[in-house]
Design a protein around this ligand. Structure first.
Ligand code: MCA
Ligand code: AMP
Length: 463
């Protein structure tokens, strides 16, 4: 249902490009159909989500066949990958096979000689299972139905005036909402072209000649540091920033270099994009805009025991809750986590703190928990990193926090009670989890600051 337009839209010579690999719409449908014909059963299928045409073919094949897709970060270490494969119940592996017993146990998908026809798919069925970090424990599988993805994308087509005549360019990972669902599936559903630059390097963005550019603030920062590339984006129709806060100073630098203010939007893996500035509307530094069509928001008081909603005066901070057809259907195998984030009547607790002004514009002011870190636009739970570090013989206690960083927004810093080699601990995390979860700094301390109850006072670390 997400890609019904793929088989009916007019053919374009160059529907999808990843680096130098280019596929027409017809070629993509044909290759995806052969992939689907080679599926051993009805999945879910774990897709080794490298930045490649093969990833797009595999995801498209699964969606056309009505088989759930589980994108696996290509650099995920055995601990993270093992969890994703066990928890998702994946029955096949698509793409390169990294070493590891968990992967060896899954049959590889081998494309068949002739293509399978697209199936009629129940829109409420899980189309994609995306693993995302919580504050503690291993990542949770957010189940996104075809209906949720289609609604979320259709809302963006409207607010960004996104048409089949657009070309979208980005170089973001193909295992998250931003790069995979918005960048690639959005383009395929809309009928627009998409250019994936393999890596999100400024010069590659500049060379893409697109009308819409998607990037996280870290990438926008690198683009602003490369004025020649930044100026080349001035001819685009829309420069979109999301996944993490865009500092107001960076908003202004981008606007100054390109001649146009970026469009900011806010979302989560669980909710798709719920707030955005409009292509034809106001773009305000530090603010993420209005609810997209179909989405609703409310700000509930941050204090315990208070009820109702906080005033929309542009100043009073509340806990942001959202609802709408683009929300996920729940965490797989985690009814406890699911119950925690549901506020009744379809409302979802985002965990973000926000203000809203009289015109309905929203500003995200922070997160409720210090245990969720946003680094380079990636959401990372400190608990997952702490668990891996505690496995290391030189670590007796550890607290992981996100500290301000001019490029990454937040950088992961591990405060460790113990002795040893900081780089060895960084490498230990990178060998077990995805690389972006590695601490960028390890600080050895004699003791962690604790309150009288013995709880670590993370807010005191790094001050
Ligand atoms: C260094 N490296 C290591 C190590 N030390 N690798 C392994 N182990 C080590 N000990 C090197 C690698 O060789 C590699 O080099 C490089 O580090 C990769 O590190 P990385 O952390 O990726 O580099 P970075 O420069 O810090 O990355 C910045 C980035 C990245 C490119 C902006 O953070 C990124 O792609 N962010 C996008 C996240 C995103 O899409 N989030 C969307 C979530 P080499 O690269 O040369 O191989 S979805 C979402 O948020 C929602 C719904 C929304 O609102 O959009
Ligand atoms: P993820 O599930 O990786 O998409 O992370 C979702 C989180 O990213 C949200 O809960 C926010 O904390 C943060 N986020 C996403 N977009 C924005 C934005 N435009 N401004 C500030 N924070 C954002």
């Amino acid at each position: 249902m997400i890609l019904t337009s793929l088989t009916s839209a007019e053919d374009l010579d160059r529907a999808v490009a990843v680096g130098d690999d280019v596929l027409s719409r017809a070629d993509l449908v044909e290759r995806a159909g052969r992939f689907a014909a080679g599926l051993p059963d009805d999945g879910p299928v774990a897709v080794h989500a490298t930045a490649s045409i093969d990833t797009i073919v595999a995801v498209t094949g699964c969606l056309l066949a009505g088989v759930p897709v589980v994108p696996v970060p290509p650099d995920a270490g055995p601990a993270e990958r093992g969890h994703v494969l066990r928890d998702s119940g994946a029955t096949a592996w698509a793409g390169d096979r990294p070493d590891g017993a968990e992967v060896a146990a899954l049959p590889p998908v081998r494309p068949a000689a002739s293509a399978a026809a697209p199936r009629e798919v129940d829109p409420e069925q899980t189309a994609m299972l995306l693993y995302t970090s919580g504050t503690t424990g291993a990542p949770k599988g957010a189940q996104l139905s075809g209906r949720a993805i289609a609604s979320g994308l259709d809302a963006l087509f409207e607010v960004w005036d996104w048409t089949p005549g657009d070309t979208v360019a980005h170089g973001l990972p193909l295992f998250h909402v931003h790069g995979l669902i918005l960048g690639v599936l959005g383009s395929l559903r809309r009928g627009s072209r998409v250019v994936h630059t393999v890596k999100p390097q400024p010069a590659r963005y500049a060379a893409a000649g697109a009308s819409m550019y998607f990037a996280v603030p870290t990438v926008w920062n690198r683009i602003a540091d490369d004025p020649t590339s930044a100026r080349a984006l001035g001819s685009a129709r829309l420069l979109v920033s999301g996944s993490a806060p865009l500092p107001a100073s960076l908003f202004e630098r981008i606007a100054g270099l390109t001649g146009q203010a970026p469009v900011e939007r806010y979302g989560m893996t669980e909710t798709m994009i719920t707030l955005s500035a409009r292509a034809a509307g106001e773009r305000r530094a530090g603010w993420v805009g209005l609810p997209v069509p179909g989405a609703e928001t409310r700000l509930v008081p941050a204090g315990d025991g208070e009820t109702g909603e906080v005033p929309g005066d542009g100043e009073t901070v509340g806990r942001l809750e959202v609802r709408g057809p683009m929300l996920f259907s729940g965490y797989l195998n985690r009814p406890d986590a699911d119950a925690e984030c549901r506020a009744g009547d379809g409302w979802f607790r985002t965990g973000d703190l926000a203000v809203r002004d009289a015109g309905g514009f929203h500003r995200i002011v922070g997160r409720e928990s210090t245990d969720l870190i946003k680094s380079g636009g990636y959401r990372i739970g400190s608990g997952e990193i702490e668990a891996v570090l505690l496995d290391h013989p030189s670590v007796s206690e550890v607290a992981v926090v996100g500290l301000p960083d001019p490029d990454l927004g937040q950088k992961i810093v591990a405060f460790v009670v113990g002795d040893g080699d900081g780089q060895a601990l960084v490498d230990h995390v990178a060998s077990q989890l995805s690389w972006h979860k590695r601490p960028r700094e390890v600080v050895f301390v004699d003791a962690l600051p604790r309150n009288p109850m013995g709880k670590v006072q993370k807010k005191l670390l790094g001050r």
